[in-house]
Design a protein around this ligand. Structure first.
Ligand code: RIB
Length: 321
């Protein structure tokens, strides 16, 4: 019935990435690695991550009529993402300046460029694309008024997933449409403002009270906490133990995997458990879109982990005897 499992409405950026030993202090200059340019942007990343896993995904975004825009379109097409909704022109393609340190952590500054020109009118003009998608997801690298229009334009029965990144306080109308709202600690604190306490369980309760039908809080290596407002249930979902090389875009892969699997009928905890494995696999490789695994690679990674864990437990038992 639907042409797409997931329609991602969001940003597309050229990621200009430099590896650094440490980030410069204010007024300081440090030397880094050679510059690498990767296709990125939270929206484009989600669309590619879902397609790599086997989802039929499409992207509604805006890029510039320039080399970076072509790089991004090429990456979407190579992954099998539907690009009929990618608009071209109006401003240069968005750019993200990214530093990655030896632990794999990153810092990012985004120049939105064409992303800031994805307008409410562009959403209204994309009615047939919205009708064709089972699940729609977005983030906040496009204007908030465009996200508001998206929520208003959603066909009845379409599931809406929001990762409010970079975070800002959200209007009730957007919060009420989220199923789920996907946040990390920083995003949870920003959305909650003064109401933020100190525990993930407290954030989940407080976020649900703002209107979303469900909430997922990502906790990095500690996995995720999921809370379903309709059922009144919550659960902790573990992650895999991996050696991180580059965390860039891992959250986007998590959200894409979650949104896709929810659309396939999984419950929140099942979908988040799969998404946590996808995100963990992505951090073991450099870049954003280039790091995203296929469903087969996620299964292999999970099987290797289970074998390692069984071996560790056997050694522990042997030592104890
Ligand atoms: O979430 C990672 C993404 O954030 C990068 O690809 C960069 O483009 C910024 O949007």
């Amino acid at each position: 019935m639907y042409d797409y499992d997931l329609l991602v409405v969001g940003s597309a950026n050229a990621d200009l990435v430099i590896g650094v030993e440490r980030r410069p202090a204010p007024g300081e200059t440090v030397l880094g690695s050679d510059l690498v340019i990767h296709p990125g942007g939270k929206g484009a990343n989600q669309a590619v991550a879902a397609a790599r896993l086997g989802a039929r995904s499409a992207l509604l975004a805006r890029v510039g009529d320039d080399a970076n825009g072509r790089l991004l379109l090429e990456s979407q097409r190579a992954a099998g993402v539907g690009t009929a909704g990618v608009l071209v022109g109006g401003a240069p393609t968005g750019v993200a300046l990214i530093t990655v340190d030896p632990s794999g952590d990153n810092s990012i500054v985004v120049s939105p460029g064409a992303n800031a020109r994805l307008t409410p009118a562009d959403i209204r003009a994309a009615g047939s694309l919205l009708e064709a998608a089972r699940v729609v997801s977005t983030q906040l690298e496009i204007p908030l008024e465009t996200v508001t229009e998206l929520v208003r334009a959603l066909p009845a029965g379409t599931r809406f997933v929001l990762n409010p990144s970079p975070p800002q306080p959200l209007p009730d109308e957007i919060l009420a449409a989220c199923d789920p709202l996907v946040v990390n600690e920083h995003e949870a604190r920003t959305v909650l403002g003064d109401a933020a306490g100190d525990s993930p369980e407290g954030w989940a309760r407080a976020l649900l009270a703002l209107g979303p039908r469900s909430v997922v809080i990502t906790l990095g290596a500690a996995g995720a906490l999921v809370a379903d407002g309709r059922k009144g249930t919550s659960a902790h979902v573990p992650s895999l133990k991996v050696d991180a090389v580059d965390t860039t875009g891992a959250g986007d892969a998590f959200t894409a995997a979650l949104a896709w699997r929810l659309g396939q009928g999984e419950d929140l905890a099942q979908a988040a458990a799969f998404a946590a494995r996808v995100g963990a696999t992505a951090v073991t490789r450099p870049g954003a879109q280039e790091s995203y695994p296929t469903a087969h690679e996620v299964r292999e990674e999970t099987r290797d982990q289970a074998q390692d864990q069984a071996q560790d437990e056997a050694q522990e038992e042997a030592r104890a005897e």
